[in-house]
Design a protein around this ligand. Structure first.
Ligand SMILES: Nc1nc2c(c(=O)[nH]1)N[C@H]1C(S)=C(S)[C@@H](COP(=O)(O)O)O[C@H]1N2
Ligand SMILES: [Mo]
Length: 220
């Protein structure tokens, strides 16, 4: 064997190599002291408020679909069975809503966004993600945030299926950004080279929405 032979590139390594090179997952959040667990301007709640545009769609499992489109080498259109067949992950995280409530220690189950990314292989030009939901809601975020270690396409919360008001059967959770980025009733994930404003972003909210920087509104 020739030791100079390069390690064969796989769908896993090529994506991860690029993320590593770009430092994509270095959010600076690791090791945040307990005393700083609550972002500025937030208060803690024990319940879980419901916030949306007022349409809470009924989605039958037979018609549920997730389309993954745009700047990817392998676009996907998954039905519920195919989605359930993806690697399943559990994660624990705090959530922070721009309306100033935060909720600690939410236990999610579902598919890690990183596992989805390994499957579709984003193209080098993909820097942003646009999310679309069954109720017509859209929201945009950088690929690096979508790909965060604890970001999850969640189907269960605290051991039970996510309820319809909270975005069931599947919603995104990106815990390190304000919760408006976490699309409920998610049906399309579109990878893009340019950042375009989603629903709230067109209506004055921040393009990124980092609660630790209080990126609430577009002027912040
Ligand atoms: N599809 C969809 N997703 C959505 C919204 C929406 O109106 N439609 N609202 C967003 C906003 S503004 C917030 S604060 C959170 C609220 O999630 P919750 O109702 O589960 O607390 O969902 C986000 N995701
Ligand atoms: Mo919100």
């Amino acid at each position: 064997m020739d030791n100079d032979e390069p390690v064969p590139e796989t769908k896993l390594t090529s994506t991860k190599r690029r993320w590593a090179a770009d430092g994509k997952f270095l959010t600076g959040r690791r090791g945040r002291p307990e005393s700083e667990r609550l972002p500025p301007g937030q208060h803690l709640v024990k319940d879980w408020p419901v916030l949306d545009l007022g349409q809470q769609p009924h989605i039958a499992m037979e018609t549920w679909r997730l389309d993954v489109t745009g700047a990817v080498e392998r676009p996907l259109s998954l039905d519920w069975k195919a989605f359930q067949a993806l690697p399943q992950t559990e994660s624990l995280s705090d959530i922070h809503c721009v309306t100033t409530w935060s909720r600690y220690d939410n236990r999610w189950q579902g598919v890690a966004t990183r596992d989805l990314l390994d499957l579709v292989k984003v193209k080098p030009e993909a820097e942003y993600v646009m999310l679309s939901s069954v109720d017509g809601y859209t929201t945009n975020l950088p690929l690096a945030d979508f790909a965060a270690e604890d970001a999850i396409l969640a189907t269960a919360w605290e051991g039970a299926p996510i309820t319809r008001p909270h975005g069931g059967p599947m919603r995104l959770i990106v815990p390190h950004l304000y919760l408006w980025k976490s699309a409920k009733w998610l049906t399309r994930i579109d990878f893009r080279s340019r950042d375009t404003a989603g629903f709230w972003e067109k209506n004055g909210y921040h393009m990124r929405g980092d609660p630790w920087r209080e990126e609430r509104y577009s002027g912040d």
